[in-house]
Write a protein that binds this ligand. Structure first.
Ligand SMILES: C=C(O[C@@H]1C=C(C(=O)O)C=C[C@H]1O)C(=O)O
Length: 373
């Protein structure tokens, strides 16, 4: 039997009393923290004006989460502890100002999962039908921030998102990565052995191709507009007694009350998608940041070499380089460049200044904290 230091036996009622006492302390402390956040909101409004006050501060939130992880001594692991604080901060921020977040919908998509992972569960969800609608909603001020997918580890870059930055004045305020786990789902009244069709987004069907070939070789695969839509269709079909399955993530399976037949069916176990948070404000340095640039190179020999050379000489670590057609001249290109550092850091400032002299256009899409969770 477990004993405490004085060797008195520790019983279930004693442990539960201890947990009750700790819970009431934790609860009082969380409310004390919430009162501080309310006061922060008053200070922000007094300093910046009630209409223009910026309540959400990604650099501060990243610093809080990093500190939580640094001082954590277990037994809860760093990520688990940071997730708890993620939600505490989200609840505090919702007291200051509820955040309306536009994302690539419908409800139940992985982009919604990314929005919840980044902002916590206290947001007002605004699902949009397309990526450019997410941009427009934030530009118009109808949503405070937007969330869009930018690259997948199996399928590569999301061109639509990159192209949307060209005509937009929005800034990247953050990034978030989500491990993409797919499930095979059916309505609760459906026997999986009777399934005749499997619905999902074409990308998800592709990400599970080998598994489907092994386990469901004779069932027809049907591509639909999103895997959340596939889940919705499976629920509807179930109501009519039709044996249709869907491939979708956890949120969609909960949202449409589907039963999980098989989980983690993706062929690549580390299948991950990176999403960007877009907003109207520039984010100050958090201490561990990334910057994204859009660069139009001059159409001359060595143009790309001269751009890249600048990073090398100033010791700035480039993490990504994407090429897209310029849409201005045939065989002209623009480059999307990500690097480690904030555009206000001295070495990064020098690189950007040099690029401005060497390229026909340099647009800073944003400096933002490197994803913590
Ligand atoms: C409390 C603040 O406002 C918001 C809430 C935060 C929190 O709960 O810790 C952190 C940053 C902001 O998004 C702040 O700016 O410090």
């Amino acid at each position: 039997m477990t004993t405490n230091k004085s060797e008195t036996p520790v019983t279930l009622p004693i442990l539960r009393d201890r947990i009750d006492a700790l819970d009431s302390q934790i609860q009082a402390l969380i409310n004390e923290r919430a009162i501080c956040a309310e006061q922060v909101a008053e200070v922000k409004m007094a300093e910046q004006g009630a209409q223009s006050a910026v309540f959400y501060r990604p650099e501060r939130e990243a610093q809080v989460l990093r500190r939580v992880m640094e001082r954590n001594e277990g037994p809860l692991d760093n990520e688990e502890m940071a997730k708890i604080f993620r939600q505490i901060m989200a609840s505090c921020l919702a007291l200051e100002k509820p955040m309306r977040i536009a994302f690539l919908g419908p409800e139940g998509t992985f982009t919604q999962q990314a929005a919840l992972k980044h902002f916590g569960k206290s947001i007002i969800s605004a699902p949009m039908a397309a990526i450019d609608e997410v941009f427009r909603e934030v530009e118009a001020g109808s949503a405070n921030y937007g969330v869009v997918p930018v690259e997948n580890s199996t399928e590569g870059v999301v061109n639509h998102t990159l192209d949307s930055f060209r005509g937009s004045r929005l800034k990247i305020c953050g990034e978030v990565e989500v491990r993409i786990h797919h499930n095979l789902l059916v309505a609760p009244n459906i026997n999986p052995d009777d399934v005749t069709h499997i619905y999902s987004h074409q990308q998800s069907l592709a990400q599970c191709r080998a598994w489907l070939d092994r386990n469901w070789p004779h069932v027809e695969r049907v591509a639909v507009s999103s895997n959340a839509e596939g889940a919705r269709l499976a629920e509807e079909a179930g109501k009519r007694g039709q044996a249709v399955a869907a491939i979708a993530g956890d949120i969609a399976s909960e949202l449409y009350s589907l039963t999980v037949v098989s989980s983690n069916i993706e062929d690549q176990p580390d299948n991950t998608t990176r999403f960007l948070i877009i907003g109207n404000e520039k984010v100050p340095p958090s201490g561990k940041d990334k910057t994204s640039l859009l660069v139009s190179a001059k159409n001359e020999p060595g143009a790309l070499y001269h751009l890249l050379e600048s990073f090398e000489r100033h010791g700035v670590d480039m993490t990504r380089l994407e090429t897209r057609p310029s849409l201005i001249s045939k065989w002209g290109y623009v480059f999307y460049i990500d690097f480690v550092g904030h555009c206000e850091d001295e070495s990064c400032r020098l690189v950007i200044e040099e690029l401005r002299g060497r390229a026909s256009e340099v647009k800073v899409l944003g400096s933002y904290p490197i994803a913590v969770l």
